[in-house]
Structures are given as structure tokens and as C-alpha cells.
Design a protein around this ligand. Structure first.
Ligand code: ADP
Ligand code: MG
Length: 271
């Protein structure tokens, strides 16, 4: 039982962003992916969930024996994959509770409105998410931190087999971070959820101990280690991987030694 990524190659707008990435997340384990800005971390999360615009040119992604690549996003979710997005989007007109109700229906799970409401109450309360938001439009007018709590609450209610967390820690204050990461850690124990936790910072791992830490630079895994590697990266940064972290250039004119880039989206969104 694992989420198994093999030799994944992905192009965006003619540039190769992921260049042969392999990673295994066994059920019940927490795997961290850390890496500098622009190394392809969010690209990985989008490709796993099937976001359009990302062209897979090679490799495979297998969830407990089911090949995910080529399937629509809803089928990947149905197979047991969940993505907590780095920048959760607003969906005007669609409430959180309606989204969760439809997600259960798509899975063929019978859940009464009162059962769903009870689960939602419990999970919202546990991570300090305002329960009233659940009846309002998804993420509309919510702060960055509230959106991250919302992602976590949806995860806890839906109980996926594998969760990809794309910088779940960004935008959360210390107290919220503790609640959210403790909830994720409990999910690992409760139903054996596998976690692929993408982050820059060790702080996510105070409550959520990683089994393994993988360093992503320049679109591929360049280093791996135990939890101590996360602490080391926090201290020393990614300079040691600078050569590998050269930004992916046009596929036709690839060159080595360029300066690492940043998406800059963090600043725009104020997260
Ligand atoms: P990270 O999450 O590690 O900071 P990303 O995966 O967001 O990095 O981005 C990796 C590279 O791919 C960056 O150079 C980014 O500009 C580019 N990229 C990612 N998504 C897109 C997209 N939809 N369109 C154009 N370029 C993209
Ligand atoms: Mg990112």
C-alpha cells in the first residue's frame, strides 16, 4: 500500500519542470518534500491531482495499485487522494458543506446531513475553524490562515488514504499550526493515512514527525534523509543544492548554472 511516483517528467508551457522524480509514500508514513522556491514542489502537487496545463511526458503515479495519470481529478480523489492546496481558491456560490456532501456522494458513501454536520462540527472545533464558514461559499473572504484550516477540516471529514499538503504551514500562526499539524498526525494513526508534506520549514514537523525527508531541487530528488535532514536544511538552507536547483530552462536550450528563480506568488497573495 503506497503512493508511488516513478520517474515523473512534466512540462509546463514548453519548459521541463519535473525531470524524472521518484518518490514512495507508504500508507501510514509522513514524507517531507523540501526544496527552494521554484524547484517544482507545487507543480508536483498539481500533477498528482491532475490539474490541466501540466503536460506529463513520462513516468507513473500509482495509488495502492491504481494508476492515476490520465484520470480526471475526481477519479483521483475517489481513489483516495487529497490535495491541500498552497493557495486555496475561492469558489463563489458553492458552500463547504455542499462540497463535502457531493464528495461523499461521489464515493458512494451514504452519510445523512446530520452525520455530516456532526463530523464537521467535531473537526472544525478541533482545529479552531469557525463552523459558520461551512455554510458559506468556499474560501470567499477567508484569510490565508482560515483557508489552511478549512483545507485541514475537509481532509479530516473526508478521511483520504493519501494527502498531499502543499505548504500547509504558510499563513498559519504558531497556535493554528500546532492544531492543524497535530490533527494531520492523528489521521496518520487513526486511519493509516500517508502524507506527502511539502514545506520550506521544519516548524510543520514539531507535531507531525516525518518518516523521511526528500530534497527537491531543479525538478528532481537530489537528497534524502531522516527527520534530522529537515533541521539541517532549516539551519543551512539550500545552498548546497544550488547547482541542481538551476531553474528549468526551455527544453530546447537547456543550460547549467543559471540563477535559482522564485515564483513570487507568495508576495502577491500575502501568504
Ligand atoms: P515551488 O512550488 O517549488 O516554489 P513551482 O512548482 O510552483 O515551484 O514552480 C516551478 C517552476 O515552474 C517555476 O519556474 C514556475 O514559474 C513554473 N510554473 C509552475 N506552474 C506554472 C504554470 N502554470 N505556468 C507557467 N509556469 C509555471
Ligand atoms: Mg509552491
Amino acid at each position: 500500500m503506497s503512493l508511488s511516483i516513478r520517474d515523473l517528467r512534466v512540462e509546463v508551457e514548453g519548459r521541463e519542470i519535473l525531470r524524472g522524480l521518484s518518490l514512495d509514500v507508504p500508507a501510514g508514513e509522513v514524507h517531507a518534500v523540501m526544496g527552494p522556491n521554484g524547484s517544482g514542489k507545487s507543480t508536483l502537487s498539481h500533477v498528482l491531482m491532475g490539474r490541466p496545463g501540466y503536460v506529463v511526458t513520462g513516468g507513473s503515479v500509482n495509488l495502492d495499485g491504481v494508476e492515476l495519470l490520465g484520470r480526471p481529478t475526481w477519479e483521483r480523489a475517489q481513489a483516495g487522494l487529497f490535495l491541500a492546496m498552497q493557495y486555496p481558491i475561492e469558489v463563489p456560490g458553492v458552500s463547504i458543506v455542499a462540497t463535502l456532501r457531493e464528495a461523499f456522494a461521489a464515493r458512494g458513501v451514504e452519510l445523512s446531513d446530520s452525520e455530516l454536520a456532526a463530523r464537521l462540527d467535531t473537526e472544525a472545533d478541533e482545529i479552531g475553524f469557525d463552523r459558520r464558514f461551512a455554510d458559506r461559499a468556499m474560501n470567499v473572504d477567508l484569510s490565508g490562515g482560515e483557508r489552511k484550516r478549512n483545507e485541514t477540516m475537509q481532509l479530516a471529514v473526508l478521511r483520504p488514504r493519501y494527502a498531499v499538503l502543499d505548504e500547509l504551514d504558510s499563513g498559519l500562526d504558531v497556535d493554528a499550526l500546532r492544531l492543524v499539524s497535530a490533527r494531520i498526525a492523528r489521521a496518520v494513526v487513526e486511519w493509516g493515512m500517508g502524507v506527502l508534506a511539502i514545506t520550506h520549514y521544519q516548524r510543520l514537523f514539531t507535531e507531525l514527525a516525518p518518516t523521511r525527508v526528500h530534497v527537491l531541487a531543479g525538478g528532481t530528488i537530489v537528497d534524502e534523509g531522516g527527520p534530522e535532514l529537515a533541521e539541517e536544511l532549516e539551519r543551512s538552507g539550500y545552498a548546497a543544492y544550488a547547482a541542481a536547483a538551476a531553474p528549468p530552462t526551455a527544453v530546447s536550450v537547456r543550460r547549467a548554472g543559471a540563477v535559482p528563480g522564485s515564483s513570487g506568488i507568495d508576495d502577491l497573495l500575502g501568504l
